[in-house]
Design a protein around this ligand. Sequence first.
Ligand code: ADP
Length: 307
Amino acid sequence: MTALPVEASGLVKLYGSLRAVDGISFAVRDGECFGFLGPNGAGKSTTIKMITCLSPITEGRLLVDGQDVRHEARAIKSALGVVPQDDSLDPDLPVRQNLEVYARYFGLSKQQSAARIDECLALFQLQEKANEKVDDLSGGLKRRLVIARALIHEPRILVLDEPTTGLDPQARHHVWQKLRLLKSQGVTMILTTHYMDEAAHLCDRLVIMHRGKILTEGNPHALIREHAGDHVLELRLGPEERSPLLGELSGVPDVAIEEVEDIVYVFGAGEVAQRIAEAIGDPSLAFLRPGNLEDVFLRLTGRGFLD
Ligand code: ADP
């Protein structure tokens, strides 16, 4: 039986007295897209750095491709394709040569490398750009090139640290489409993101991190159903209009109310929420919308994701 792509138990990373990663356990299954979602500073990148053997673990156990990160960094690195947050491309070299440098690093022969580079360029629709200087590419094309580069040695696991941060919506969708294609080809993917729509769109399973800990784990849609319900009522009302409504809502069984600054989020109010939204009749004041991963985070921490 092949080992799980990643298995972590009781994983800790200390920076001085800061517990950047605070005793987390998780397992990534073969062929899935597994996400780390959380606000800035949650510990996502630190976890990725430990998985990719760029940063030693402080405590616990971490196996990648069945091998211990403490002792097998070299073997692990060849099983991983890594897409770092910053592109780290050579700006002066043409696209093709950027890939050649990588192929050499992973020990591919000249012949193997030429064939593999052609495949990767084609997969990411970069053939026509092969001879252009990296500096002349758009942000979206650079991202595609970095993902292509990570696949040169046909790794078992692709690790992506915030793959679409800084891209415009069209470029983001293009990257998503390519990642879905890779997944359909059986590549295991691990990604970090602070975009909830990205996590919901790409991940089969994810963990939500906060202050170094895992708050919850599961399929994004199942998590939304469990913690936020199908619909959430958002109220943007002044204190006077707000309080009688909150009085009425608090009497509904299983309802949950979270107040974040000037917005009140109401979970699980069913028909009562619908009736209130219709009675107010102005979506800028009372908005009934589907639940999302931000709501899951809010329910678990009592505060907004991006604060
Ligand atoms: P995320 O990727 O979720 O934004 P990080 O893993 O980058 O979070 O950071 C987690 C915590 O660890 C933050 O408080 C951050 O300031 C701290 N941190 C990250 N890298 C270092 C470092 N090299 N030295 C000291 N503290 C760090």
